[in-house]
Design a protein around this ligand. Structure first.
Ligand code: ARG
Length: 462
């Protein structure tokens, strides 16, 4: 080379890039995270080229060996990343050239960085789907342990954050198990759809070399090669689907975190969070703050932001590859890191938290939470229409409210002044324990239902 233009593509260039061009062009600062996927893809490609007689066996062997050396240099921290080499693909290839010489230049036969980056990134996102799945299983197990401990602990159930009806602690924990199970389903669906290999699509049109795309797809654990080379290099749906599943999962984590923030407040005292997941205040010595829960609650912001950012980058891009697509990675990296951290923190918090069982039960009885049980009793025992029973119960609630007592504390005579059919038997349904025990419909809050669901989940997660 007679000038300082790029050694990989500088043949037609008389001058090297401006410093600002280099700065805006380089992705190595972040795509170095794809090194393991890049090397795996290159090793599979080299083996396939040799099997098809496109490379000699000795060149392929030198390439595959050399790539392992590059891998150990990167993992050992001795690799020197160069921004003048734009990205991870060029950095790895340049180092391979230094290590093995001429055969390194043959690795890029029948391939382009376009199919290379699409392959690397897919492999990386696929790993994140697996990591999210494993973290979700851990979190679900922690929730199940809580549910099992408190299958029959009574607590207030809320609608509009107003006390509605008593529910069981186990039932509440299992509600989150259901949500996180759906999240697993979304990551799994996304993984299934993304598991097609772009490698061999080359720049956009495929290649004239007699490559074996099924072989590289199989070597890299893909189900099949992507069927359209234009689509293969220009598709980032897989990253968007991951972000979408991540955003919904982060929304679930945020809702749960919000409950932990409320529950751990002095006004509620439903749970005590462990010291391991709380912080103190530098000015107020009495404070114990649920910082981990608050940060989990906030992570949805970055994750949803990443999804919006990538959708916006992709919209309006003509086929096939455009450099805009280099802006896909940082957002996804950050979203994945945030999600994994939030999942791990939530698992730790759930494992460590202690429910204040007496506080929960006392709170469950407040706010006339068994009024529906009373109305149901009127329907069942006195054969009233539910609307009429609702009205009678409302009158009784107003009476109790005026007297400043609970429904169960109203004397029978006063109840009979509202409706003379009411008998002593009504008191059986006014206690919170009776209330939850009676809700035996499938999926209901009765401890027996909860235990059945716990058993089902434990079997599923075994
Ligand atoms: N650094 C690029 C990216 O991350 C790799 C693909 C570059 N391809 C190209 N034709 N310039 O998207």
């Amino acid at each position: 080379m007679t000038n300082d233009s790029n050694a990989m593509w500088g043949g037609r260039f008389a001058a090297g890039p401006d410093a600002i061009m280099e700065a805006i062009n380089a992705s190595i600062g972040f795509d170095k995270r794809l090194y393991a996927q890049d090397i795996a893809g290159s090793r599979a490609h080299a083996a396939m080229l040799a099997a098809r007689g496109i490379l000699t066996d000795s060149d392929a062997a030198a390439i595959r060996e050399g790539l392992l050396t590059v891998l150990s240099e990167i993992e050992g921290g001795t690799f020197r990343f160069r921004t003048d080499l734009e990205d991870i693909h060029m950095n790895v290839e340049a180092r391979l050239k230094e290590l093995i010489g001429e055969p390194a230049g043959r690795l890029h036969t029948a391939r382009s960085r376009n199919d290379q980056v699409a392959t690397d990134f897919r492999l990386w996102v696929r790993d994140q789907c697996d990591a999210a799945d494993a973290a979700l299983v851990m979190l679900m197990r922690a929730l199940l342990a809580q549910a099992e401990a408190g299958a029959d602990w009574v607590m207030p159930g809320f609608t509009h954050l107003q006390v509605a009806q008593p529910v069981t602690w186990g039932h509440h924990m299992l509600a989150y198990v259901e949500m996180f199970a759906r999240d697993r389903g979304r990551f799994s669906d996304a993984r299934t759809r993304m598991n097609e290999c772009p490698l061999g699509a080359a720049a956009l049109a495929g290649t004239s070399f007699p490559i074996d795309r099924a072989a590289t797809a199989e070597a890299l654990g893909f189900d099949r090669p992507a069927a359209n080379s234009l689509d293969a290099v220009s598709d980032r749906d897989f990253a968007l689907e991951f972000l979408s599943a991540a955003a919904i999962c982060a929304m679930h984590l945020s809702r749960m975190a919000e409950e932990l923030v409320i529950w751990s407040s002095a006004q509620f005292r439903f749970v005590s969070l462990s010291d391991r997941f709380s912080t103190g205040s530098s000015i107020m010595p009495q404070k114990k703050n649920p910082d981990a829960a608050e940060l989990i609650r906030a992570k949805i912001g970055r994750i949803l932001g990443a999804q919006v950012a990538l959708l916006t980058v992709m919209k309006g891009l003509p086929l096939a590859y455009s450099k805009d697509m280099q802006e896909d990675k940082e957002q996804v990296f950050d979203a994945a890191d945030s999600l994994m951290l939030a999942l791990a923190a939530m698992e730790g918090m759930v494992r460590d938290m202690t429910a204040n069982v007496e506080v929960l039960e006392t709170a469950a009885a407040a706010g006339f939470s068994t009024a529906t049980d009373l109305a149901d009793w009127l329907v069942r025992e006195l054969d009233m229409a539910f609307r009429d029973a609702h009205h009678v119960t409302g009158t009784l609630v107003a009476l109790a409210e005026k007297k400043g007592c609970d429904l169960a504390e109203l004397p029978l005579e006063e109840m009979r002044s509202v409706h003379d059919g009411i008998t002593q038997g009504v008191f059986d349904v006014l206690g919170v324990r009776n209330s939850v025990a009676s809700r035996t419909s499938y999926g209901g809050t009765a401890p027996d239902q909860v235990r059945a669901q716990i058993a089902r989940w434990k079997e599923k997660l075994r």
